[in-house]
Ligand binder design. Structure first.
Ligand SMILES: Cc1ncc(COP(=O)(O)O)c(C=O)c1O
Length: 380
C-alpha cells in the first residue's frame, strides 16, 4: 500500500501545477544568493579560530538552560553578543526563526496588540500566530500609516502595544524607516521591536540599522542572527536585563528545549571576535560592490524597484510569474551563476523574483559578468 496519504500527494501535485514546487539544490557556481555577506561561512581564518576555541568544549549541554544545561560558555557568548548589539543583555537561540517564535509568542498576551509590517518575515508571522495578542498589519515601511493605525487601535485596559519590523527587508532589500517608526511608536506609547537579521554585521558597527539610525537605545527588543553576515548559525534577542529575565521565564521556545549546543555558543563568539578584525572592511567593500552591480545592471537594461536601497546587499529582480522566475534562474545557473528564484508564499502572489545578493564570495569581475548575463536572459 502507498503509505503516503493521498491528500498530501495531491497537495504536492498542486504545487507542481502552480509552479510552486520546491526541491533541494546544492550550491553550484558563483555565489549570488547566499546571506554569507562577509564570506565568513567558509573563511579559513575563522575556521581555524573556531577549531582552537572548540578544543575541550562538550558536545552537548545535556539539558535545558533552566535545568542543568546552563553553561558558563552560554553566558560568555551572551555577554559578547550583547556588547556587539550595543545592549545590556542578550539571550541565545539556535536560530532566528526560534528567536522570533520565543520573543513574540511570550510577549503577546490577551489584550495586547502587535502592529506588523506587511512584508515581515515568516518567522515573525509565525511568532505572532503563536502569541495570544491581536495583530494589525500596516502597509510596508509606511510610518504615517502606522501612526494612523496606532491612533485607531488604542491600548486595551492592561494591554501593551508593540510595533515589529525587519530593518533590512530580506526579500526586497529595502530599509524600514526606523527613526520615523520609533517616533510613531513613542508618540503612542508602543514598544518597538526590530529584526536585524540581514543588517547585523553590515551596519551600525555590526549592531544593525537601528544603531546606524541613532535609535538603538529606543528599541525595546532586537533580533540578530548568526547565520547570515556572521557566517555561522544561531541568533540572539538583545535588550535590557528585564527583557532577558522575562524571556527566560515566559518564552516556551526557550524553556522547553535543550540548551543551545555548546559548539554554537563558542563559534558565534569566535565569529563576533573575528568580525572586529575583518567585518568593517569587508562590509564596506560588499556594499561598494552592490553599488557597482546596480550600475552594471542598469547598463544591461535590468529594472530595479525604485525602493531598493542604493547600497544594500540584496537586489530583488521582480519578474512576476513563478515560471518566469524559475526559467531565468535556471538559465543563469547554466551559465555558472548560483541565483535562486523566490516564489510565494515567501513573497506576495504575482511578485516571484530572483533574489540576488552581493557577498564577499563574488568579486567585481564576477558581478560584472553576471549583470551582462542577466541582461541577456531578461531580454529573451
Ligand atoms: C528577517 C529574518 N528574520 C529571521 C530569520 C530567521 O533566521 P534563521 O535563519 O537564523 O532562522 C530570517 C532568515 O531566515 C530573516 O530573514
Amino acid at each position: 500500500v502507498d503509505r503516503f496519504p493521498g491528500p498530501l500527494g495531491a497537495r504536492l501535485e498542486a504545487l507542481h501545477a502552480a509552479g510552486l514546487h520546491r526541491a533541494l539544490r546544492r550550491p553550484e557556481g558563483a555565489d549570488l544568493s547566499s546571506n554569507d555577506y562577509l564570506g565568513f561561512a567558509a573563511d579559513p581564518g575563522l575556521a581555524a579560530r573556531a577549531r582552537a576555541a572548540l578544543e575541550g568544549v562538550p558536545c552537548g549541554a545535556g539539558a535545558s538552560r533552566l535545568l542543568r544545561g546552563d553553561l558558563e560558555l552560554h553566558h560568555e557568548c551572551e555577554a559578547v553578543l550583547a556588547r556587539f548589539a550595543g545592549r545590556d543583555a542578550a539571550l541565545l537561540f539556535p536560530s532566528g526563526y526560534q528567536a522570533n517564535l520565543a520573543l513574540l509568542s511570550s510577549l503577546l498576551r490577551p489584550g495586547d496588540t502587535v502592529f506588523s509590517d506587511a512584508l515581515n518575515h515568516a518567522s515573525i508571522i509565525d511568532g505572532i500566530r503563536l502569541g495570544r495578542g491581536s495583530k494589525v498589519i500596516y502597509p510596508h515601511a509606511d510610518a504615517s500609516a502606522l501612526d494612523l493605525l496606532l491612533a485607531r487601535h488604542p491600548p486595551r485596559p492592561g494591554g501593551s502595544r508593540f510595533v515589529i519590523t525587519e530593518s533590512l527587508f530580506s526579500m526586497d532589500g529595502d530599509r524600514a524607516p526606523l527613526a520615523a517608526l520609533a517616533a510613531a511608536a513613542a508618540r503612542h506609547g508602543a514598544h518597538l521591536i526590530v529584526d536585524e537579521a540581514h543588517a547585523t554585521g553590515l551596519y551600525g558597527g555590526g549592531a544593525g540599522l537601528a544603531r546606524a539610525a541613532g535609535i538603538g537605545e529606543r528599541v525595546f527588543a532586537s533580533v540578530h542572527t548568526g547565520g547570515k553576515a556572521l557566517g555561522s548559525a544561531g541568533a540572539w534577542v538583545a535588550g535590557d536585563h528585564r527583557l532577558k529575565e522575562y524571556l527566560v521565564n515566559c518564552a516556551r521556545p526557550f524553556i522547553f528545549t535543550t540548551a543551545v549546543i555548546p559548539a554554537l555558543a563558542v563559534l558565534l563568539r569566535a565569529a563576533v571576535e573575528f568580525w572586529a578584525g575583518h567585518g568593517p572592511e569587508r562590509a564596506a567593500e560588499v556594499l561598494a560592490r552592490a553599488g557597482a552591480l546596480r550600475g552594471w545592471l542598469r547598463e544591461a537594461g535590468v529594472d530595479l524597484p525604485s525602493a531598493a536601497i542604493p547600497d544594500g546587499p540584496i537586489l530583488p529582480i521582480v519578474l512576476g510569474a513563478n515560471e518566469a522566475a524559475l526559467r531565468a534562474a535556471a538559465r543563469l545557473q547554466e551559465s555558472g551563476f548560483d541565483v535562486r528564484a523566490v516564489r510565494p508564499p515567501t513573497v506576495p502572489e504575482g511578485t516571484a523574483r530572483l533574489r540576488v545578493t552581493v557577498t564577499w564570495n563574488a568579486d567585481r569581475e564576477t558581478l560584472r559578468r553576471f549583470a551582462t548575463a542577466l541582461g541577456g536572459v531578461l531580454a529573451e
